[in-house]
Design a protein around this ligand. Structure first.
Ligand SMILES: Cc1ncc(COP(=O)(O)O)c(C=O)c1O
Length: 369
C-alpha cells in the first residue's frame, strides 16, 4: 500500500511549521535545568490571578463538553469590544480561526497575497486548500501595502496583513492602511492579524476593530488570548468580521472547538485589567532595555511595536542561538522566515532580560571575530 500516493498533492507543498523549542525539550537535550524561553512571544508573567482562580474552579466540569456557542464568552467579548455577537467567531487559538477562514473561503486556484516575511501559517492554510500563495517582498522587511496592492489579480481572494508583523515587530500605519483598503476591489477580503496589537503604542497604529466598526466590512480582524493574557497553552483566539462571513465560518468550525477551560479563562482574562496593564508595561520596559543594550553593543535591530524584537546578527545566526541555548536561553532563529542572519527574542521579565544580555555578551566575546 502506497500511503504517500493517497495524500492530497497540495499537502506535499506545505512547509512544516517550525515552533519555538519547548523548555522541557531544551532541558532534556542540554542536560540543564532552569531554562528560560524567549522564543515564542509568550507572556513571561503567565495568566492573571483571576484566570488561575477561574481555572481551578472549573476543573470539576471538564467531564462535560464545552458550550459549542461560547455563550458567555461571546457576550463578554461583544461588550468589551463593542461589536455585535454575530460579528464574532471564537476559535481554539488564532491558528484555528485562520484555518476555519481558509476552509470557508478558498478554492483551488484562488490567489492569496501574503507579505514576506510574516507568520508562516497564512501560507500553510492557503496551500492546504490547494489555493496559490502569492508571496510579496516589500520595503521594511514586509510592511508594504503598496506592494501588496500591486500583487492583486482577478484571482485574488484574500490578503494577509500582520500588524504588528511577526517576526519584524513593524507596523502598517493608519493612513497607509486606510488608503490601501479604500483602493482595494471590494471582492477581496483582508485579514488584519492583530495578535500583538495590545503591545503597540505608536499613535499611528490602527486598531483594526475600530476600523471595522467605521464601515470597512471587507476586513476580518484577528485577536488572541495567547500573548497579552498569557494563555498560549489554553488556545483561545477570535475574529471580528461581517456577520455573513461569521455565519458561514460557524458552519465550518468543529462543534466544540474552544475547550471548557479556555472559555472560562477567557471570561476571567477580560476582567483582569491590572494584569493587562502589567503585561504591557513589562513589554515597554523590555523594549527600552533592549534598544539601549543593543545600541551599546553595536548590534542592529528593528524598532518594534510587539513583545519581541528582531535582532540582526549580521551573519548566520545558528551559532549564537545555539550558544544561548547551551546557556539555558531559548530564542527563535529566523531561518524559516527567510532571515538566516537574524534571530527573534521575546521580551522577558527584568531578570530574564538581564540573563539574556549576560549570555549574549559572553557569546559575542566567544563567537564574533
Ligand atoms: C501573528 C500571529 N498570528 C497568530 C498566531 C497564533 O496565535 P494563537 O496562539 O492564538 O493560535 C501567532 C502565534 O505566535 C502569531 O504570531
Amino acid at each position: 500500500m502506497n500511503i504517500e500516493r493517497m495524500v492530497r498533492p497540495c499537502i506535499e507543498k506545505i512547509p512544516p511549521y517550525v515552533p519555538g523549542k519547548p523548555i522541557e525539550e531544551a532541558e532534556r537535550e542540554m542536560g540543564l535545568t532552569g531554562v528560560i524561553k524567549m522564543a515564542s512571544n509568550e507572556n513571561p508573567l503567565g495568566p492573571s490571578k483571576e484566570v488561575r482562580q477561574a481555572l481551578m474552579q472549573a476543573l470539576d466540569r471538564v467531564s462535560y463538553y464545552p458550550d459549542a456557542d461560547n455563550y458567555y464568552l461571546k457576550k463578554a467579548l461583544a461588550k468589551e469590544f463593542e461589536v455585535d455577537e454575530d460579528q464574532l467567531l471564537i476559535g481554539s487559538g488564532l491558528d484555528d480561526v485562520n484555518r476555519i477562514l481558509a476552509e470557508t473561503l478558498l478554492n483551488p486556484g484562488d490567489e492569496v497575497v501574503i507579505p514576506q516575511p510574516t507568520f508562516s501559517m497564512y501560507q500553510s492554510v492557503t496551500l492546504l486548500m490547494g489555493a496559490k500563495p502569492v508571496l510579496v517582498k516589500g520595503r521594511d522587511l514586509g510592511n508594504d501595502p503598496a506592494a501588496l496592492a500591486a500583487a492583486v489579480t482577478k484571482k485574488t481572494k484574500l490578503i494577509y496583513i500582520c500588524n504588528p508583523n511577526n517576526p519584524t515587530g513593524t507596523i502598517v500605519k493608519k493612513r497607509e492602511l486606510i488608503d490601501f483598503l479604500k483602493d482595494l476591489p471590494k471582492n477581496i477580503l483582508v485579514v488584519i492579524d492583530e495578535a500583538y496589537a495590545d503591545f503597540a503604542d505608536d499613535p499611528d497604529f490602527p486598531n483594526g476593530i475600530e476600523l471595522f466598526k467605521t464601515g470597512f466590512e471587507q476586513i476580518i480582524v484577528f485577536r488572541t488570548f495567547s500573548k497579552i493574557h498569557g494563555m498560549a497553552g489554553l488556545r483561545l483566539g477570535f475574529a471580528v468580521a461581517a456577520p455573513q462571513l461569521v455565519r458561514n465560518m460557524l458552519k465550518v468550525k468543529d462543534p466544540f472547538n474552544v475547550n471548557l477551560l479556555a472559555q472560562v479563562a477567557g471570561l476571567a482574562a477580560l476582567k483582569s485589567k491590572k494584569h493587562v496593564l502589567l503585561s504591557k508595561e513589562l513589554v515597554q520596559t523590555g523594549r527600552r532595555l533592549f534598544y539601549k543594550e543593543l545600541e551599546e553593543l553595536g548590534i542592529e535591530y528593528l524598532p518594534t511595536q510587539a513583545n519581541f524584537i528582531l535582532i540582526k546578527w549580521g551573519r548566520e545566526s545558528n551559532e549564537i542561538c545555539r550558544f544561548l541555548l547551551q546557556n539555558g536561553i531559548i530564542v527563535r532563529p529566523t531561518h524559516s522566515f527567510g532571515l538566516p542572519d537574524y534571530f527573534r527574542v521575546t521580551f522577558g521579565t527584568a531578570e530574564q532580560n538581564d540573563r539574556f544580555f549576560r549570555v549574549l555578551r559572553e557569546g559575542i566575546r566567544k563567537l564574533k571575530p
